[in-house]
Write a new protein. Structure first.
Length: 262
């Protein structure tokens, strides 16, 4: 049986308060890691810290805005002060604004790119020195199936997530001889607050019921269901483990067969 123990590894997770980020954080704590919980809002992070049941191995980094270079730098330094150099980075912060392309204004475009792509760049750049110094590390970017294929009415999000996948592949090659792996996990429609906002948007625009909207999203998955955050967390945990030492530059779809990349 593969050993997924990550005892005392320092993991930093952005967007950790809810959804996929919270599931990933819980999985890492259960695997013995020390986890810096980064996010903009303190309350969800504190609730998560309480729910995992071992506050000695979690540290709350509130007001961690991945789009602000100075806040990223300050937050990472604070995390290092709590748990030492960072061994594993999970770039999970993201937003998915929805609008027809002709109604997508520059502010919407800029925000989607800033949170999803520029944030991944800023946080990774700030942390990668820890991994270079150790000649070991894992960078795991939570992208989306939207980083592998196109979807209508979310052009800014799709473009940004394609950028995340491209950045993942570039960094994987750049650091291939440094003991660092860089991968992306690309979930399909997943049971998260982000999905609930998508459902609300569909209901508002189409007058379908919430159940009908959810069913329409689930229908894109050949398994006929939505992905759970825990399923994404299991993939992330494996990529962080020693067992995945030769896996780098990959964009792994967790989507029930919706996307197959050959």
């Amino acid at each position: 049986m593969t050993d997924h123990s990550l005892s005392n590894r320092h993991v930093l997770i952005t967007g950790a308060g809810t959804g996929i980020g919270a599931a990933v954080a819980t999985a890492f704590v259960n695997a013995g890691a020390r986890v810096s919980l980064a996010g903009r809002r303190r309350e969800p992070l504190l609730a998560l810290q309480k729910s995992v049941g071992d506050s000695s191995r979690t540290y709350v980094l509130a007001d961690f805005d991945v789009t602000k270079e100075a806040k990223v730098k300050t937050g990472v330094e604070t995390a290092r002060g709590a748990f030492g150099p960072i061994d594993i980075l999970v770039n999970n912060a993201g937003e998915a604004p929805s609008a027809p392309f002709v109604k997508t204004d520059l502010a919407t475009w800029d925000k989607a790119v800033a949170v999803n792509l520029t944030g991944t760049f800023l946080v990774t750049r700030e942390i990668i020195s820890d991994m270079i110094a150790k000649r070991a590390g894992r960078v795991i970017n939570i992208a989306s199936t939207a980083g592998l294929v196109g979807y209508a009415y979310v052009s800014a999000y799709v473009a940004a997530k394609h950028g995340v996948v491209g950045l993942t592949r570039s960094l994987a090659l750049e650091f291939a001889r440094s003991g660092i792996t860089v991968n992306a996990v690309c979930p399909g429609y997943t049971e998260t607050p982000l999905l609930e906002r998508a459902v609300d948007n569909i209901v508002a625009k189409t007058k379908r019921s919430s159940a009908e909207a959810r069913a329409a999203l689930a229908a894109s998955n050949p398994q006929g269901r939505l992905i759970t955050p825990d399923e994404v967390a299991h993939a992330v945990l494996w990529l962080a483990s020693d067992a995945a030492g030769s896996i780098t530059g990959q964009a792994i779809a967790v989507a029930g067969g919706e996307v197959m990349v050959g």
